[in-house]
Design a binder for this molecule. Sequence first.
Ligand code: PHE
Length: 359
Amino acid sequence: MTDIQTIRSALEDVRFDAERRLGGASDLDALGEVERSILGKRSVLAGLGASLKDLDPSERAEAGRAIQQARQALVELVGELRRDLEKRDAERRLVEERLDLTEISCAARRLALHASSRSAGHLHLVTQTRDELEDTFISMGFDVVEGPEVETDWYNFEALNMPPDHPARGMWDTLYLRLGAPETVLLRTHTSPVQVRLMSKGELPIYSVMPGRCYRRDTPDARHLPVFHQIEGLVVDEGITFGDMAGVIEVFTEAFFGKGMHSRLRPSFFPFTEPSAEFEVTCPICAGVGCRTCSGSGWIELGGCGMVDPNVFVATGIDPERYSGFAFGFGIDRLAQVRTSLPDMRALLDNDVRFVSQF
Ligand code: PHE
C-alpha cells in the first residue's frame, strides 16, 4: 500500500535523478538513452504510474496529476536539451564541412584581377614580336633607331641607288602623297630610308636596327597587308665583310628562334646592296623537318640582305674606300604570321578580341 506523500517524494527523487542524468548526456545518442530510462516502460516513473491502483481512490486523481505533471516536465526538459544538442551538432557540421572562405575570396580576387587585366588588354602580337626582335638585337650590341613614315623620294629610292625611272622601283608599289611636286613625297615602302638618314648623319661606325611601319599599294590577302612592319639592320664600319653579315644573321637566328635553328643565304637582287641575298631560317614550326608552313622544305624565307652598295655610301657622304657594311631587312608581321601558323595575315588587323587575346 502506498500514499500520495510517498509518491510525491518518489517524484522528487525521479526529477532530481533525471535532471542529473540528463545534464550528463553530451550527445543526442546519450540523451536518447537517458530519455528511455527515465520515461520508458521500465522507468521508475512508469512504475509509479502502475502503483496508482494501490492508492486510496480519494488520492488517485491527485497522484495521477502529479505523475503526469512530472512526466510532462521531463518530456519538456528532454525536448529542450535535444534542441540544444541538435543545434550544437549542426554548428559542428558547419565548421567541419565549411568551404574555405579565404580560398574562395582569393580565387575571386584572382578572377577579378584576371577580368580587369583582360579588359585592360595587352600589346598586339606584332608589337610583341617587334619588342622581342629589338631585345634580341640589343643583346647583340645593336641600338634601335626610328625614322619618319612619310618620306621623300630621295630617301626611299634615289639615295638607295634608284634614280628616277629606275626599273627596280617597280619592286615597291608606292603610295604617294599630294604634297609638293608630283611623286616626290610618299609613304615609305620599306625601312631602308632610315639607313640613308643614319648614314647621312655621318656618325660612324653604325650598328643599328630600324623597326617601323611601312606602306605599299597592295591588295590585302592572306600574305600581304598594305600597312605592315619591317625591321632593318645596318652595320657600317671598317673591314666589314660578307662573312660578318652571314655570321650576324646566324647568331640572330639562334638567339631569336632558339638553339638548333639556322640561316642560309640565296643569291638575290636589291639596288642598294651588292652582292645581295635572300636569307632563310629553319622553319620554326617543324624545326626543319618539313611541314605545310615551309612547303616541306624545312626553310622559311625571311628577308633580304647584302653588302651596302658603294653608290649608297657615295650618296650619303661615306667613303666607300675606307668603310664597308651590310644591311638586312624583313617583315615583322610576316614573322609573327609564320611563328603562330596564322593562315591569314588580315586577322592581325581585324581586332577581333577572340583572336588578339590568344597572344
Ligand atoms: N628593304 C628591302 C625590302 O623591303 C629589304 C632589304 C633591306 C634588303 C636591307 C637588303 C638590305 O624588300
